[in-house]
Design a protein. Structure first.
Length: 453
């Protein structure tokens, strides 16, 4: 079926209700969505829950978690009307959620060729008077850190563990995430299980729409719920400055694969939490830094080099695929600061030996209409990573592998001022961040000692 046919067949998407049940040390949450006329979805999430915590005040958090959860199900037909029956939303909240849906689903619209610009593309209609008020309570100094298994969360754990009491948060954790936390020495963690309703997967097989959703936004709402239950004042993620760069433009609109990792989303989410949810604080520790700066820092934490994984393609098998833009970007980033042998040991191969990935590299440095839809660095820092890698090979009297030969000829020699550009990027610090003073002082000290020195 086409996009138009799906919207005609399923004119309404209804967020009917949610339930919260406690079974010993588990909190079991289930949502009920209906795609008119006759398709039901029951996504679930199970959360470890402390004995002394109550679930009585959680409705405001669960209701809002359901709002971001519904994106994954609504997208299958893009119903023009979303009815909210599980709780009340003010006009300002409706505006917030509509904006988040349109911006957070930008890649989905792009990949499916959907024109989302019409004023009536999607409307929210609230059909409940049950208003869930924000909850304020005294919170402790414990820090909830989301752990994904990549280099960024490893850096965050390594920087904070000596200064703060940390609890790691996993969602359907990968091997890399679990090994990373174990190596960090942080022994407090929560393992959360999210279950996708198989009805959605069956619809995808039948030709219903599928594509990217703002997963980091889901994590933000989930972590805020968990932090409140455990009384944690701070929710810390590991999103970086690079996530702010637009991936492409579509129908005159900016599309960012990493929108829910961006500084813009972080600001809006913090404002929303403060007004409508609780007094907990959500921020990214690494926001002042680019991916390349984080890569330099991570290169010095060798204990994580054999366990971290950043490849989405090979995540289930705990491997690097060696073919995607994420693998290539991480390979170049680490090659700028580690020996050839050390990087080969991490990946099990030298991705630079073949020229087959050159077309991918050209996309990453802005020589195509859009960057790859992946969590990679900015165009400028990818170029600088390439330059620094070439320089490292030359300084060590190594012959340039094929990909670096092509990169040198087609990218590096055609531009200038590489030394100054590299210095400027590695020494930069984005002041547009929300780091509390005690966290910023930790990151600034490391920035001075290990990145710009």
């Amino acid at each position: 079926m086409t996009f138009s046919q799906l919207r005609l067949k399923h004119p309404e998407f209804i967020y009917d209700s949610f339930s919260v049940d406690r079974e010993k040390d588990q909190l079991k949450i289930q949502f009920r969505f209906r795609m008119a006329p006759d398709i039901l979805f029951f996504p679930r999430v199970n959360i470890p829950w402390p004995e002394n915590a109550t679930e009585d005040d959680l409705s405001v958090f669960v209701f809002n978690l359901g709002l971001v959860e519904l994106f994954s199900y609504w997208k299958s037909a893009c119903s023009p009307l979303i009815r909210i029956r599980a709780g009340y939303l003010s006009p300002d909240q409706i505006g917030w959620w509509k904006t988040f849906l349109l911006q957070g689903m930008g890649e989905f619209f792009y990949s499916n060729g959907i024109d989302f610009r019409a004023k009536d593309f999607v409307q929210f209609k609230v059909e409940s008077d049950t208003a869930y008020k924000p909850v304020r309570k005294e919170l402790n100094d414990k820090v909830l850190v989301l752990v994904g298994g990549g280099k960024d969360s490893a850096v965050t754990l390594e920087l904070l563990k000596r200064h703060f009491s940390i609890t790691g948060l996993f969602l359907n954790p990968s091997q890399a995430a679990q090994k990373t936390l174990k190596l960090s020495g942080v022994d407090s963690f929560l393992r959360i299980k999210r279950v996708i309703d198989p009805t959605l997967l069956n619809l995808n097989k039948r030709g219903y729409l599928n594509g990217h959703t703002p997963f980091s936004g889901y994590l933000a709402f989930l972590a805020t719920l968990v932090s409140f239950g455990y009384g944690c004042k701070q929710v810390v993620v590991s999103n970086e400055r690079s996530a702010n760069e637009v991936t492409t433009t579509f129908l005159g609109k900016s599309i960012n694969h990493q929108y829910s990792k961006s500084g813009e989303f972080e600001r809006k989410f913090r404002e929303y939490v403060g007004q409508y949810l609780s007094n907990s604080s959500y921020f990214s520790l690494l926001r002042p830094l680019y991916e390349l700066q984080i890569g330099k820092l991570f290169s010095q934490f060798s204990q994580y080099h054999q366990v971290f994984r950043s490849c989405n393609v090979g995540q289930k098998d705990n491997r690097w695929c060696g073919r995607c833009s994420k693998c290539l970007f991480v390979y170049l980033t680490l090659s700028a600061f580690l020996s050839k042998k050390a990087v080969e040991t991490i990946f099990g191969t030298n991705m630079l030996d073949s020229g087959e990935l050159f077309s991918l590299l050209l996309q990453m440095v802005g020589k195509d209409k859009n960057k790859p839809f992946e969590c990679v660095g900015t165009i400028e820092e990818t170029k600088i990573a390439l330059y620094l890698t070439i320089e490292k090979y030359l300084q060590e009297n190594l012959s340039l592998p094929k990909l670096l030969q092509l990169g040198q000829k087609e990218i590096i020699v055609k531009e200038k001022d590489w030394i100054e550009r590299s210095r400027r990027l590695l020494r930069s610090w984005d002041t547009k961040n929300f780091l509390p003073e005690e966290f910023e002082s930790v990151l600034r000290e490391v920035w001075h000692e290990r990145i710009i020195s």
